[in-house]
Design a protein around this ligand. Structure first.
Ligand SMILES: Cc1ncc(COP(=O)(O)O)c(C=O)c1O
Length: 400
């Protein structure tokens, strides 16, 4: 079940990919004097860096890879504590564990993103960084998170995998922290099937991430320098076919954001006009969010459960691997010292908020995040009031 980009695959992607099929040249590396080498991955990196407003972008083969390459570049110390929210995709935690760090779970607030108050509480002498996750397209409270990071000399890696295109106070997410990571899997704003993008303004972090994403090579078109390699890499490269597809999608970003903004506000306004008294909405930290999901909040978990059942959906608390309680492999994880750092219900504030929340689809239609009731990017303006009426007719008698 896809995100908005997947609904719109068409001529732009076909044209880009066709060039590669005709040239038969698939590697991201090549000589500029070879007419078969189309520089699709390199062009994607240049255009994406420009789009986000950063100096460097590195394309990789997935969002998890983007997180790992960033964390490797940031030199995670063995066992270093990295603060992550308890409501995120498992990849946020697994990337930290894969590079030898220890994810420390923190609460989310009613924005469903990291609660800065709890971040401050979770800092110890062993904390090395913070990973704010711009969850469901909603930018984190970056003012407060960056302030805490500066006060404690911590790195910030923005997990922007679900928030390609979102801005906070006029600045794109993925450009606030030391590094940012984006995903191009099928559920995201833009897709290439799979793929990821690393962003940074720091030359050294870019070079280290680049080296990690190949086999230690410093950035170049050929990637075969000897004598300058300072980092062991694991090959997370993107190929030209995927890069070409992503370039086609990137052309649609503004259209996607504008369309979803209009559709989300039409749906939200129609729900508000229904006058359901005992229902609120997730706090949005900046109106220039991605508009992919409309989250509604009820006064208690029992009411939310009842509503979810009637809508043939589930509460956010019950949704898949985005909730730490439902990550059985994380709960079973034993660290190097033999400790089991994670257990169900260790984040009571997160449990309370997620238990009262239901995600309605606007641009991302994904039962995995509980968003199976709602609209999508192809829903017409005329269909939105009918969808809102269906919701109000079911929910109002139940909650008011
Ligand atoms: C918040 C978050 N972080 C990281 C990832 C990992 O991205 P990918 O699936 O491209 O590896 C995802 C993808 O679902 C995500 O939602």
């Amino acid at each position: 079940m896809p995100g908005p980009g997947a609904f719109l695959v068409g001529e732009e992607e076909r044209r880009e990919v066709q060039e590669i099929l005709e040239s038969g040249y698939l590697s991201r590396y090549g000589r500029l004097d070879n007419p078969d080498f189309k520089r699709k991955v390199a062009t994607l990196e240049e255009k994406f860096a420009q789009c986000i407003g950063v100096k460097h972008c590195l394309a990789v083969n997935g969002g998890t890879s983007a997180m790992m390459a960033s964390l490797a570049a940031l030199r995670i110390k063995p066992g270093a504590e990295i603060i992550v929210p308890g409501y995120t995709y498992i990849a946020t935690m697994s990337a930290v564990i894969a590079v030898g760090g220890k994810p420390v779970l923190a609460e989310v607030d009613e924005s469903l993103t990291l609660d800065p108050k709890d971040v401050a509480r979770k800092i110890t002498s062993n904390t090395q960084g913070i990973i704010p996750v711009h969850m469901l397209g909603n930018p984190c409270d970056m003012d407060r998170i960056m302030k805490i990071a500066h006060e404690h000399d911590l790195f910030v890696l923005e997990d922007a995998c679900q928030a390609l295109g979102a801005s906070y106070k006029g600045q794109c997410v993925g450009s606030f922290g030391d590094m940012g990571a984006f995903s191009l899997n099928v559920n995201k704003t833009l897709t290439a099937g799979d793929g990821g993008l690393v962003t940074t303004n720091d030359n050294n972090l870019y070079e280290r991430a680049f080296g990690f994403h190949d086999q230690g090579h410093i950035p170049s078109l050929l990637g075969v320098e000897f004598g300058n390699r300072t980092i062991i890499g694991i090959n997370l490269k993107l190929n030209e076919l995927t890069g070409a597809f992503a370039l086609g999608q990137l052309k649609k970003l503004n259209h996607i954001l504008q369309t979803l903004k209009t559709k989300k506000s039409a749906l939200k306004n129609a729900l508000m006009a229904g006058g359901i008294k005992n229902m609120g909405f997730r706090k949005i930290n900046d109106p220039d969010e991605c508009h992919t999901i409309l989250t509604v909040l009820f006064p208690d978990a029992a009411t939310a459960q009842q509503v979810a059942k009637a809508l043939h959906t589930i509460t956010v608390f019950d949704s898949g691997w985005h909730v730490y309680n439902n990550m059985e492999h994380l709960l079973a994880y034993t660290d190097a010292e033999g400790n089991k750092p994670y257990h169900a219900h260790m984040l009571p504030q997160t449990d309370d908020i997620l238990g009262r929340a239901i995600n309605l689809s606007v641009g991302v239609v994904d039962p995995g995040i509980g968003a199976s009731f709602g609209i999508n990017i192809l829903t017409t303006d005329a269909e939105i009031p009918a969808k809102a009426k269906e919701f109000i007719d079911i929910v109002k008698p139940m909650v008011d």
